[in-house]
Structure formats: structure tokens, C-alpha cells
Design a protein around this ligand. Structure first.
Ligand code: GDP
Length: 442
């Protein structure tokens, strides 16, 4: 997400950061480079023009150039202005005073519409709401199946009347059912086409008239750049959108759509899609995204993901084990699995300030396959070995290597690293006043 743009901007700021004092000329030069970076990232030219002139105007001010750390101040102004074009504040889904909240989801085929209906339903369910998904795309039988499969995965019901019924009736009937059965949010998946066409627009207009949705969300594919912006404008003209869902951000190194769509269309981005997994979706926060673009990471999102995946009991149980020096391979395996639930490793590392860019600069490839090898080795251990790694003599290590398709050297490395980790944990436990610090070590 934003790798190319992020690297370009960071390079510009590093250059000015190396100068003690800044002149107006330095600022101008930096702004020319920022402008070029944004245009190459496919950001709308008007957005770029306004952005650069706003930053320049603030940056050549007396206080900035005379400040002790002018480069820092310029970066901070850039961050502010990025937040502005991304929409300033987070705009959450507007929930109706009297449920059910009706959310209609529109977009072109292939944009990720159906997937995101389910991803959003899943988020709402985790917040304790009772979502109902509605299959109103009657033209593609596969779309109904897909929604039902996703519904099964997240345990959210799907209302469908098959492919023969009229989408307007389906939507009306679904809303009535939601009222009768106490569903609090109705998410309507409407039909998508490969291109915007008149019958499609009329159909979504009719559904909107019939059910008076509280939210009309457009799902747009970030990887299509300015095309996503055009599609959003077109839909907004006809339907008065209330929010945007920008998908496939994980595959978008440039960021042109994300940085243009809010300013050009005037509708807030409410969610971003960051992968194919059902949990690869984030509520959209302009300030967090601005920080990520500037290579400052996004620790808040990282913490939220961890909180969503790791329960308080799990983390307390782990802490006790660590403090008592009882951390073993079983716990290690659990930890790996928890981390995996949080998302692909590269994505997590990108959220730690400075790490993403550092890894890219050194061309370090981090692959989730590493996890697979480690898991395979632990799976090949007997429960006794997992609980007590000290019994891992050479013959056992050989068996584990054969069983997991790795080498004895890899097994040795894992065991040694694990022992190192145990030692550090035990020291930590002693510092924290733990009592059983010796037990796992011997
Ligand atoms: P629809 O035709 O608009 O309903 O699109 P789908 O929901 O069927 O999605 C089309 C394809 O895009 C599927 O293969 C999805 O897995 C994929 N997809 C959807 N959202 C994302 C995303 O945020 N990131 C990535 N990498 N793939 C996505």
C-alpha cells in the first residue's frame, strides 16, 4: 500500500532534513518534487495543484523557515494537508435511530462489492450488531452463491429469493423481514456490471427509492486509479452516495485513487479493503493513512488488530507463563497462530514506524512461508517435546526434520533461538519479581 509514493516522499524529506536551515528556494524545490511524486502516483492534477500551493504557502511562512527544525515543520504541514485531502475526520457508518439501518452497496462488477458486503457485516457483528445480508444481484447466480458462502463463513444470514425475483421486491421484503426478526443492519448487495450503464443505474435508483437507505456505499477498486474516481463521480450524480469503500489497497503501490477520490467526489471514504481475507478491511482514518504514506507507520491500527484477534485472557495467560519461565513450544505455536490471524506479516510490519521503508530499501523479502516451516517443525514434535525442548537430542531432531520436510540445521536453529528466547523471558520474569524463573531452563 502506497510503497512507491511513500518512498518518493520520504526521499524528498530526507534531503531537506539534511540541511540545517531552509530557504524559500529549498522549499520550492522540495515542493516541485512532491508535486512530481503525486502526479506519478496518479493523483488528480487539481488535487495536486491545490495541495502543493497550500503546503507551500504555509511552509514559506516566517516561523517555519526560522524554526530550529524547519524540515520537521514542513513534514508536519504536509501531513496536515494530506489529512485534509483524505477527509480530515473519520466518518463512521451512520446507524439509524430506529433499527434496522439500511445500507445499500453499489459498484462495478469485480470491484470487491460482494466481498466487502460480507467484510462490513463481519465488522458490525463483532461490534455486537445483528446484520442481515441481502442478495439483490439476480443476474449472476454465482453472486448469490458467493454471498451465501461468505455468510456461512462469518455466520451472518443471507436473504435471497433466487434469480427469478425482482431486485426491488427482494430489497423491500428483506427490510420487512429484518424488522420482524430484529436484525439491526440490512446490507443490500446490488448488481454490478462491467461498466456503468443506464439499466443498472435505473435499477439501483429504484431500489433506493423503495427502501430509502440510510447509507449508500460505493465500492471502488483502488487499483484502477482515476477510473475509480470517475466511477464514483458518476454514481454520486445519480444516487447521492453517503460513503466510499476503497478496495484492493494492498495491491495499490501508488495511491492515486485514495488521495483523489474524497476531494474530487466530496464523499467520505468509510472503509478500506486490504486483502482477500474476510478480515482484511479497516475503518478509514485520514490521519492514520497520512502517517502511513509518510512512512510513519500506523501503530493504532496495529494495536486494534491485535486487540481484535487476541483476547484478554489469552494475553494474561501468556504473560503469566512468560513471567514464570514456563513458555514452551506449545505457547510459541499459539503465538504464531495469533499473529497470523492479524494479517500478512509484511502488512503488519508496514504499520511499525520506519520499518516498511527500511525493509524495502534493503530489499528484504519477508514471507509468511517462514511461519509455515516453523509450524511444520513444531507440529512434528511430540507433545512431550513441545513442553520440554531439553529432551530434543540429535535423533529426535533428525526425526523432526524428516517429518517436517526441513533440515536438521533448521531444527537446530529453531531450538537454539527458542532457548535464547526462553532465557530472555526468564530474566524478564526475575526482573518483574517472578518466582518460577528457573523451571523451563535447567
Ligand atoms: P464484485 O464482483 O464487485 O462483487 O467483486 P468480488 O467481491 O467478487 O471481488 C472480486 C475479486 O476481488 C475477488 O477475487 C476478491 O477476493 C478480490 N478482492 C476483493 N477485495 C479485495 C481487496 O481488498 N484486496 C484484494 N487483494 N483482493 C480483493
Amino acid at each position: 500500500m502506497f510503497e512507491t509514493l511513500s518512498d518518493r516522499l520520504t526521499a524528498v524529506f530526507q534531503r531537506i532534513g539534511n540541511k540545517g536551515r531552509l530557504t524559500e528556494q529549498d522549499v520550492d524545490e522540495a515542493m516541485r518534487e512532491v508535486r512530481r511524486a503525486l502526479l506519478e502516483a496518479d493523483v488528480n492534477y487539481k488535487v495536486v495543484r491545490d495541495f502543493v500551493s497550500a503546503v507551500r504557502e504555509r511552509a514559506v511562512g516566517e516561523e517555519v523557515l526560522k524554526a530550529l527544525t524547519p524540515a520537521q515543520q514542513v513534514i508536519s504541514i504536509v501531513r496536515d494537508e494530506l489529512i485534509k485531502i483524505l477527509g480530515e475526520e473519520r466518518v463512521p457508518l451512520q446507524l439509524a435511530q430506529v433499527p434496522p439501518t439500511i445500507v445499500m452497496v453499489v459498484g462495478l462488477q469485480g470491484s470487491g462489492k460482494t466481498t466487502h458486503v460480507a467484510k462490513i457485516a463481519n465488522l458490525l457483528k463483532k461490534e455486537g450488531r445483528r446484520p442481515l445480508m441481502v442478495a439483490a444481484d439476480v443476474y449472476r447466480p454465482a453472486a448469490i452463491d458467493q454471498l451465501q458462502t461468505l455468510g456461512g463463513q462469518i455466520d451472518v444470514p443471507v436473504y435471497s429469493e433466487g434469480t427469478k425475483a425482482n431486485p426491488v421486491d427482494i430489497a423491500k421484503n428483506a427490510v420487512k423481514l429484518a424488522r420482524d426478526r430484529g436484525y439491526t443492519v440490512v446490507l443490500i448487495d446490488t448488481a454490478g456490471r462491467l461498466q456503468i450503464d443506464e439499466p443498472m443505474m435505473q435499477e439501483v435508483e429504484r431500489i433506493a427509492e423503495a427502501v430509502k437507505p440510510h447509507e449508500i456505499l460505493l465500492v471502488a477498486d483502488a487499483m484502477t486509479g482515476q477510473e475509480a474516481v470517475n466511477v464514483a463521480q458518476e454514481f454520486h450524480r445519480r444516487l447521492a452516495l453517503t460513503g466510499l469503500v476503497l478496495t484492493k489497497m494492498d495491491g495499490d503501490a501508488r495511491g492515486g485513487a485514495a488521495l483523489s477520490i474524497r476531494s474530487v467526489v466530496g464523499v467520505p471514504i468509510k472503509y478500506i479493503g486490504t486483502g482477500e481475507r474476510i478480515d482484511a478491511v479497516e475503518p478509514f482514518y485520514p490521519d492514520r493513512l497520512a502517517s502511513r504514506i509518510l512512512g510513519m507507520g500506523d501503530v493504532l491500527t496495529l494495536i486494534e488488530r491485535a486487540q481484535a484477534e487476541i483476547t484478554e485472557e489469552e494475553s494474561r495467560a501468556l504473560e503469566e507463563k512468560v513471567l514464570a519461565g514456563q513458555f514452551n513450544f506449545e505457547d510459541f505455536l499459539n503465538q504464531l497462530q495469533q499473529i497470523k490471524r492479524m494479517g500478512p506479516l509484511t502488512q503488519l510490519l508496514e504499520m511499525i514506524p520506519g520499518i516498511g521503508q527500511a525493509l524495502r530499501q534493503q530489499q528484504v523479502q519477508i514471507s509468511d512461508d517462514e511461519f509455515k516451516h516453523i509450524e511444520a517443525m513444531i507440529f512434528s514434535m511430540t507433545p512431550e517435546e513441545r513442553r520440554n525442548p531439553d529432551i530434543l537430542k540429535p535423533s529426535r531432531r533428525k526425526r523432526i526434520a524428516a517429518g517436517s520436510g526441513t533440515s536438521v540445521a533448521q531444527v537446530n536453529q529453531l531450538v537454539n533461538q527458542f532457548k535464547q528466547m526462553q532465557k530472555m523471558m526468564a530474566q524478564f520474569g526475575e526482573l518483574a519479581g517472578g518466582t518460577g524463573g528457573r523451571r523451563g531452563l535447567r
